[in-house]
Every structure is written in structure tokens, then in C-alpha cells.
Design a binder for this molecule. Structure first.
Ligand SMILES: [Zn+2]
Ligand SMILES: [Zn+2]
Length: 348
């Protein structure tokens, strides 16, 4: 066992503070990662404040982890000391169920081992995330970070990147497709970059006019303000695929009307509560409404390799660990373009 410096919430809703955690000694298939950067995901805030209830405290959040491999177990093959490695939203799964066999470890029938706020597959050992100096993880659940990408900008790819990459791939996004991205935050800005890299014609749909310049800089061809009812007339039936990243309540029926026949809208943002869905919003035009949750390990690696090929990283603002509580408040006000990333060298 090794004692590691970390930052976390000592109890539900309490500000994050310096603490120490214990990590296991590496097993034969484990790697030890010296964490360089960790992204700040909106779900870190929900969990540290126990807004989804059942949180495990003290809690060390963080599932957008990039660092340098410092030690490897005797059986490790994929990574070597000195390599850049990443860890996303899970650190293990049962490896035996049908979803695990299909590379959909995020839907493991036994419930995977989340990177934090949960347990290892022994269902006893508490997991702690990336707001820490080191993590020990089975290489099977670690990712190779390709050379040539700025490591700090890679961190958010491990959650926000794969969350938007996966639905674009699932629905066959290709050159010339017309893709709508609803909401231009941490998820939305990655959806724009990734869809544009696949050759799609991207339209950003946002409540705030002031994001138009950014949308185009990120790769969008068009921008539409959703507060203007004319937007929904102008774009009716025009889009092949919509990635909806908005987590505030909004009318799905209105957005489904923007799809061409057999087009699909995929939810990656999760507003609280139920939404009214009119059957004819789907029946007319044979439209599809789907959801998507991160991606499996193989798909996450595919996403990183795609990003390396296209030179894609997240747009980030680097913060010292000591500013994490202010950063949380700013995320809640959407006052970040587009992801905070913690420089773990600031934890001493
Ligand atoms: Zn996340
Ligand atoms: Zn499984």
C-alpha cells in the first residue's frame, strides 16, 4: 500500500481540500501512472455534492486522467515506463458478461468499477479518481496517449471526447453529413471538433449568440440561436444527426423536427426529470431518438488515435489544484471555454 497526496470532498457538499489516499501496490497487470493533468467534468461536481445520492465519502473526483507511466507489473504488455497513459470513467469491469465481450464495458452487467465514487470489482475497495498524484490501474483499462498531442488538452478527451465521438461513430457520421450540435459547452465543443474532423457540415444550436465566433473557430459551418423561433422553421428537416449535449430542460419535439427522414437525435446531456415526447415527433419522418454513455475501452482508444491523426485536443483553461472550488462555481455558470484541467504539479 502506498499513501498518495490527493484533493477531495471530505463529506457530501463540503469544499474540496487536500487529503491523502491509499493506492494498492501494483499487481502483475497493473501500471502506476504519475498523474500530470486531470480534467474537471460536470459530473465531478454532481458527485462531490452528492446530487445523485449514494456518494462514497471522502471522495476524490476526476475521470479525465493523463500521466506518465512510472512502474509496470511483470505481465504488462501494452504500456512501458515513460509512456503517456490515460484513464477515463472506469478502472475495471467483470470481463465476462456479454457487454464486456462486445467492448461495451460501460454497460457491464455486473456494474463496472467507476474510476471514483464506487468500488473495485471486489465491491469492497473504494476507488479514488484523478485529483491525485498517482493512480494504479490494470493496463486493460488504461489508454495509450498518442505522441504529438498536448497532454493537458488530451485529458478531457477521456470523458467529454469519447462521449461525443461514440454517437458520431454509432450513427455513421461521414463526410457531407449535416450534423447539429445542441449546446456549446464541454461536450458540445468536442462534438463540433470531432464531427468536423469526420467531414460533416456542422450547425451549432445555442441559446447564446455570443458563441457564434467560437462555434466557427471550432469547425462549425453554421450557427443558429435557439431562442429565435425562426431557427426551427429554417432548419426543419435539414439535419442527418443531432448530438444534444444540453443538461437543462428543453423540448425534444422541437429538435426532432429538424431531422431529415430517418435522421437521429442522440442525447448525451441529462436534464433532471422526465420530458414530454409526442409519438408523432418520431413517427413522422421515421425519426430516431437515442442516448449514449461514454464509450468502451477499445472505442476510447480509437477516439484518441483519431484525435492524434486530426490534431484534436480539448480547448482548456489550466488551473492549480488550489483553485478547484472556484472552478466548480465557474463550471456551474458555464464560465469556462471549454474545460478546466488541473495541473497536478501544483499538488506538493
Ligand atoms: Zn465525465
Ligand atoms: Zn461485464
Amino acid at each position: 500500500m502506498q499513501t498518495i497526496k490527493a484533493w477531495g470532498a471530505p463529506a457530501a457538499g463540503k469544499p474540496l481540500e487536500a487529503m491523502t489516499i491509499v493506492r494498492r501496490e501494483p499487481r502483475p497487470n497493473d501500471i502506476v501512472i504519475d498523474i500530470l493533468f486531470c480534467g474537471v467534468c460536470h459530473s465531478d461536481i454532481h458527485q462531490a455534492r452528492d446530487e445523485w445520492t449514494g456518494g462514497v465519502f471522502p471522495m476524490v473526483p476526476g475521470h479525465e486522467i493523463v500521466g506518465r507511466v512510472t512502474r509496470v507489473g511483470s505481465e504488462v504488455k501494452k504500456l512501458a515506463v515513460g509512456d503517456l497513459a490515460g484513464v477515463g470513467c472506469m478502472v475495471d469491469s467483470c470481463r465476462a458478461c456479454a457487454p464486456c465481450g462486445d467492448g461495451l464495458e460501460q454497460f457491464c452487467e455486473k456494474g463496472n468499477a467507476p474510476t471514483y465514487n464506487g468500488t473495485e470489482m471486489d465491491r469492497k475497495t473504494i476507488t479514488y479518481g484523478g485529483y491525485a498524484k498517482e493512480i494504479v490501474v490494470d493496463e486493460r483499462y488504461a489508454l495509450r496517449v498518442p505522441a504529438g498531442l498536448e497532454p493537458a488538452g488530451v485529458a478531457p478527451l477521456l470523458c467529454a471526447g469519447v462521449t461525443t465521438y461514440s454517437p458520431l461513430r454509432q450513427f455513421g457520421c461521414k463526410a457531407g453529413d449535416r450534423v447539429g450540435v445542441v449546446g456549446l459547452g464541454g461536450l458540445g465543443h468536442m462534438a463540433v471538433k470531432l464531427a468536423a474532423s469526420m467531414g460533416a457540415h456542422v450547425t451549432v444550436l445555442s441559446t447564446s449568440e455570443d458563441k457564434a465566433t467560437d462555434a466557427r473557430r471550432l469547425g462549425a459551418t453554421d450557427f443558429a440561436v435557439t431562442k429565435d423561433p425562426a431557427t426551427f422553421k429554417k432548419l426543419a428537416g435539414k439535419l442527418d444527426l443531432i448530438i444534444d449535449s444540453v443538461s437543462a430542460p428543453h423540448d425534444y419535439n422541437a429538435y426532432l423536427g429538424l431531422l431529415r427522414p430517418r435522421g437521429a437525435m442522440v442525447l448525451v446531456g441529462a436534464p433532471p426529470g422526465a420530458s414530454a415526447l409526442h409519438p408523432f415527433s418520431l413517427i413522422m419522418g421515421g425519426r430516431r431518438l437515442a442516448g449514449s454513455l461514454i464509450g468502451g475501452i477499445a472505442e476510447t482508444q480509437e477516439m484518441l488515435d483519431h484525435c492524434a491523426k486530426h490534431g484534436i485536443v480539448s480547448d482548456i483553461e489550466i488551473i492549480p489544484m488550489q483553485q478547484i472550488n472556484e472552478a466548480y462555481e465557474r463550471v456551474l455558470k458555464s464560465d469556462v471555454r471549454y474545460r478546466f484541467v488541473i495541473d497536478m504539479a501544483t499538488v506538493r
